[in-house]
Design a binder for this molecule. Structure first.
Ligand SMILES: NC(=O)c1ccc[n+]([C@@H]2O[C@H](COP(=O)([O-])OP(=O)(O)OC[C@H]3O[C@@H](n4cnc5c(N)ncnc54)[C@H](OP(=O)(O)O)[C@@H]3O)[C@@H](O)[C@H]2O)c1
Length: 265
């Protein structure tokens, strides 16, 4: 069985190690005792010693915040990285930068999302030639779906798929408030909205057709839906969502450039 070290067992790191613990020998690290104990409660070896964890592993997953990566670099002996497959989920740091900081490793840059906490992440991995693509695929499949994409699409991915759960949560909250405004109890609104969204997703997946086809199926002439759609149109909802993704994308580029610059040699 191959060994995987998860460096940084926070939200994303913990979700990954919890999902892969049966299929790999896993060792995980953190800074605080509380983090190590949480890891140990899963029956996994936990340590604060990043160098020891890297030495023990075939595959190293870097899941600390980008601003903490420089500390990890100082904690791990240069020799310890040799021959490892390194997977970074850290936002902003480019593959070329990671490869130059970690020579003699095979580096993969990935971008999951918070849905990893329920094994429903949507993860992008930057395309590259490599011997260990299968193992990378296996790790991220264990927390959800995996897309291999050109690295130049990582910023739009971050905006759409990384920030997406927050945007969707905001929109669902607006639906619930609308229902409350019409007299529906809040709990009933939240529960039923989630079921409605799940069903809509199933419909879209099974039909494999463009969303406007489903929209038109629901929209009876002179009915209720067309009145709602007219309001969405006059309030600029679609345009606001397009601009939301674009603004988030621009911010991802800016932050990515700032983070990456700090590590470039
Ligand atoms: N959250 C998201 O939605 C999301 C999505 C995609 C990608 N990412 C990326 O995933 C990475 C982790 O994000 P997160 O949300 O999981 O952050 P997080 O919950 O703050 O977790 C970071 C973890 O790193 C640990 N850590 C910090 N310095 C360390 C060191 N020197 N050695 C060992 N462990 C160390 C922390 O340990 P302690 O707990 O002991 O302090 C913490 O457990 C980030 O780079 C982020 O860009 C996050």
């Amino acid at each position: 069985m191959q060994s995987v070290a998860v460096i940084g067992s926070g939200k994303i790191g913990y979700a990954i190690l919890n999902a892969i613990k049966c299929n790999f020998n896993v060792i995980a690290t953190g800074r605080r005792e509380e983090t190590i104990n949480k890891v140990k409660s899963l029956g996994i070896e936990g340590t604060k010693d990043n160098d020891y964890a890297v030495r023990k592993a075939d595959v190293v997953i870097l899941s600390v915040k980008p601003q903490h990566f420089s500390t990890v670099l100082t904690q791990v002996n240069k020799e310890s990285w040799k021959g490892k497959t390194v997977i970074s989920v850290m936002a902003g740091i480019k593959s070329s930068t990671l490869s130059s900081l970690l020579p003699q490793t095979e580096v993969y840059r990935a971008m999951p999302n918070i849905n990893a906490l329920v094994n429903k992440a949507t993860t992008a991995v930057a395309e590259r030639e490599g011997e260990n693509k299968e193992i990378v695929e296996k790790i991220f499949r264990s927390i959800g779906s995996v897309y291999w994409i050109p690295e130049e699409l990582i910023d739009v991915w971050t905006a759409l798929i990384g920030s997406g759960p927050a945007f969707i949560a905001e929109i669902l909250d607006a639906f619930a408030l609308g229902a409350v405004a019409c007299g529906m109890p809040r709990d009933l609104a939240y529960d039923s909205i989630l079921d409605m969204v799940n069903g809509t997703i199933e419909m879209l997946r099974s039909n494999k057709s463009h969303p406007v086809i489903l929209r038109d199926q629901v929209t009876t002439p002179a009915g209720t839906t067309i009145r709602g759609l007219m309001t969405m149109e006059s309030e600029g909802v679609k345009s606001a969502i397009i601009k939301t993704v674009e603004a988030s994308y621009q911010r991802s580029i800016t932050i990515g450039n700032e983070i990456d610059k700090k590590f470039r040699m």
